[in-house]
Write a protein that binds this ligand. Structure first.
Ligand code: SF4
Length: 460
């Protein structure tokens, strides 16, 4: 029992985080950058940061994640990393021939105060960026925010560097997904295609981090949004931004820069949030919702109707990324479950009021916290004080689940000890069905395990 020393008595902490419910900013920037076709992410800092970020993404997606580093030594740490970055840009374009290099910073280069805008300008002036190739960047100081902040910053960087308004109207809609899996991005594209709507999805990590096995390694897989598509986002009729934490900064920048209005929605996780997404898309593109999508919804609702008694009144603890938690909480409330502890390590003022608004009088006394002190240690303590029937979160929740003997559903980032997340979506009605199946299996396996002999049922 690894966490057996966690005490149930909760004391307020201001200067200490124990087992954070988040990871660091550059991981998000690296993940977003991989959603551009032919992009090589570059970590401007020391080798150790880059190794950690790459290995976390590699272990989560079970795919080799390529990224370069400025490889700071003592000299760069004191005098700045301009020479390292210029050399790196030269080396990368010469040896690895990417279409785009996406630079993100680290705590070290941010503390030094390296001016990445200026260094990139110099790289262009010095002829280190070949014709038709690009270098973009975002700042990701990891002593603030989380991997979600880093993701949002890199997506905004894509708008800053690529989106342009040519004045030529395009009958297409931009969709900016918050932090979701490649499977989810593929599902959003499938839904749009089913509805006959032309979309530009950016970033798009499908066919990059869930690429099929073809017998030979492709340094730049086939997927990812292309540069011409990214440029054309400035001529689209609307942007649909899915998840405020991961997408609003990019959507707002696109509005300011190219006058493309945006609609901010939740990630389409669960029935209600997917309904809003489908109607938003249908309204924006002036198309009817096809029968096939309505049928998918019907199947998801049918599962809920058939199995409602297993969901009803079950207490749940959730932790993870805010955009996912907001949609998931709504879904669980729709299922008449009781999310009583909700924790996100990502800071942001809108999180708690939004969750409270979803819970309203259904779960009025829920513990809802976010920010640096909303960590897994606190979540464990909350569970000790008020036990739950189900825990939902990333792999790190397994220690609490084991210690408290709670059924555990893995969702979020990172998931290091299971597969499936990058292949089976949780967004849309199909994703809702997968979530329902996963939650039900966890609850019913527990019921089977605990049932006394005389009430052990074959058909439940
Ligand atoms: S928190 Fe900062 S120092 Fe640590 S791995 Fe992330 S960027 Fe590097």
């Amino acid at each position: 029992m690894l966490l057996r020393h966690t005490p149930s008595e909760i004391k307020e902490r201001n200067a200490l985080t124990i087992n954070p419910a988040k990871t660091c900013q550059p991981i998000g920037a690296m993940y977003a950058a991989l959603g551009i076709h032919g992009c090589l992410p570059h970590s401007h800092g020391s080798q150790g940061c880059c190794a950690y970020h790459r290995s976390t993404l590699t272990r989560h997606f079970k795919e080799p994640v390529m990224a370069a580093t400025s490889s700071f030594t003592e000299g760069a740490s004191v005098f700045g990393g301009q020479a390292n970055l210029l050399q790196a840009i030269n080396n990368m374009f010469t040896v690895y021939t990417p279409e785009v290099i996406a630079v993100h910073t680290t705590c070290l280069s941010e503390t030094i105060g390296d001016d990445i805008n200026q260094i990139i300008r110099k790289a262009y002036e010095d002829g280190k960026v070949p014709e038709g190739k690009h270098v973009i960047h975002c700042n990701t100081p990891s002593y603030v925010g989380s991997h979600v902040t880093g993701y949002a910053n890199m997506v905004a960087g894509m708008v800053k560097y690529f989106s342009e308004s040519t004045g030529r109207y395009r009958d297409q809609i931009n969709i900016i997904p918050g932090w979701i899996e490649p499977s989810d991005m593929r599902e959003i594209k499938r839904i749009a295609k089913e509805m006959g709507v032309k979309i530009i999805l950016f970033p798009d990590t499908s066919d990059v981090l869930d690429a099929p096995q073809k017998g030979k390694h492709m340094f730049y897989p086939e997927g990812g949004v292309t540069i011409p598509d990214l440029r054309s986002t400035g001529d689209s009729k609307l942007t649909i931004a899915l998840g405020p934490f991961g997408t609003e900064s990019a959507a707002a920048l696109l509005d300011t820069k190219c006058k493309v209005k945006y609609e901010l929605l939740d990630l389409p996780i669960g029935i209600s949030a997917t309904d809003r997404f489908i109607s938003g898309l249908s309204r924006a593109a002036c198309v009817e919702v096809p029968v096939s999508i309505t049928a998918e919804r019907g199947r998801a609702v049918d599962i809920i109707t058939d199995m409602q008694q297993y969901f009803y009144n079950k207490k749940v603890a959730l932790f993870g990324d805010p955009d996912q938690l907001m949609a998931l909480t709504e879904f669980l409330v729709d299922l008449e479950m009781k999310p009583i502890h909700i924790i996100s390590g990502t800071p942001g003022k809108q999180f708690v009021p939004r969750i409270r608004n979803i819970l309203k009088d259904k779960v009025p006394n829920a513990n809802v916290r976010n920010g640096a002190n909303a960590d897994l240690f606190l979540l464990h303590q909350l569970i000790k004080n008020e036990p739950v029937d189900l825990l939902v979160g990333n792999t790190y929740g397994k220690y609490i689940a084991r210690d408290e003997d709670i059924p555990f559903v893995r969702m979020g980032f990172p998931i290091l000890d299971r597969i499936g997340h990058s292949y089976f979506p949780t967004v849309g009605y199909s994703g809702a069905m997968r979530l329902l199946e996963t939650i039900l299996s966890a609850l019913m396996d527990r019921q089977d395990r605990d049932a006394p002999e005389e009430s052990f049922e074959l058909v439940m």
